[in-house]
Design a protein around this ligand. Structure first.
Ligand code: AFP
Length: 336
């Protein structure tokens, strides 16, 4: 019988066509001979929860999960029903997996101690970011950071396991529930994006090795803030306008960040008189995106410090955030 080797030539389609998230995670794990597979499993747990949340979001208008839940979170913000649904889904997935010992969530005042003394990892998560956009069918997202616990396995969790600076992240990512659902993540060796194929129930690699353009034409800020922000930011905005740059603002950090990551731009949420420490939460918004943007060649700062080097003091600490293409962040810094 004549045989021939199976050579899959997908070069004309792009090398990565057909790679599922599971297979990709496995191939990354294989690069680390001592990896136990726990981080891989954790990433799969997050992906699974995000598929469920994507489904809930997709039918939100029909299933009575839009609107307020009737409770205010620790930030003083009114929780939406979908915030609560997403929080439950992610916490359930992370607690069932067995790799995680503690979770910090935007929706919970205190650290969630999973009482899992063999869990190696701590997760900080904003289960559903951009809540004000839920009811109006505009893109929203999930943001997550993963840290290795610092106390020995077998012991109870301690504050130092949780309050770690962004440089200590071992993985970070976001899910964008937009015109399609995408999961973008890094484990510190580049950034890769996966698009959800709903009918197959799988994420497929669609954006391999994402690189942030070195500069760009998009500036992103809530313009209503500008009368109360620092003069340096105002000056930078005037420069952007003089140079004919484009202003784009969705009000969902994940969506605004993702657009600028792919197209080149800068997202700004400075300190203002309303939010003297900025609005964006360090532990489950800024750090993950800062890790991703740096891995993609961009920058993230609070105006004077690299976001990843800020030592968090409290769980829900806020920070000013300037993040995006290197050239634009540097230009802004020159005017601060
Ligand atoms: P929520 O998830 O609490 O709505 O916060 C959204 C967010 O942190 C971020 O996603 C947006 O970029 C920013 O707030 C929008 O803030 P403004 O409404 O003040 O522009």
């Amino acid at each position: 019988m004549k045989t021939k080797p199976y050579i899959q030539d997908t070069s004309s389609l792009g090398y990565f066509v057909g790679v599922t998230l599971d297979r990709f995670i496995k191939s990354m794990q294989d690069d680390f001979p001592y990896a136990t597979g726990e981080l891989s499993q954790l990433l799969r747990d997050i992906a699974l929860a995000s598929k469920i949340v994507s489904r809930e979001i997709g039918r939100a208008g029909l299933s009575h999960v839009t609107g307020a839940y009737g409770h205010t979170n620790v930030q003083g913000e009114e929780q939406q029903k979908l915030d609560v649904v997403a929080n439950i889904r992610f916490i359930r997935a992370l607690s069932k997996g067995g790799e995680v010992c503690a979770i910090v969530s935007e929706e919970d005042d205190e650290v969630i101690d999973l009482q899992n003394k063999t869990g190696k990892y701590v997760v900080a998560i904003d289960p559903l970011d951009g809540s004000s956009n839920i009811d109006v069918n505009v893109s929203i997202g999930t943001i997550f950071s993963v840290y290795r616990r610092v106390t020995p396995l077998g012991s109870s969790i301690a504050p130092e396991d949780v309050l770690q600076s962004g440089v200590k992240q071992v993985a970070a990512g976001y899910v964008l529930y937009g015109s399609s659902t995408m999961l973008v993540y890094t484990t510190g060796s580049g950034v890769n994006g996966f698009t959800y194929e709903r009918s197959l129930g799988e994420f497929f690699l669609s954006h391999p090795s994402i690189q942030a353009p070195a500069s760009g034409e998009i500036f992103t800020i809530n313009d209503g803030l500008t009368p109360t922000v620092g003069l340096g930011v105002v000056e930078f905005l005037n420069t952007c306008k003089r140079k004919g740059r484009t202003s784009r603002y969705i009000g969902s950090l994940v969506a605004d960040f993702h657009r600028n990551l792919l197209k080149g731009g800068i997202y700004m949420y400075p300190a203002s008189s309303k939010n003297p420490s900025g609005k964006i939460r360090l532990m489950y918004e800024a750090n993950a995106l800062a890790f991703i943007v740096e891995q993609a060649g961009g920058l993230a700062t609070d105006g004077s410090r690299r976001i990843l080097e800020i030592q968090p003091e409290t769980l829900h600490q806020r920070t000013p955030l300037f993040i995006g293409s290197k050239g634009l962040v540097e230009e802004l810094m020159g005017q601060l």
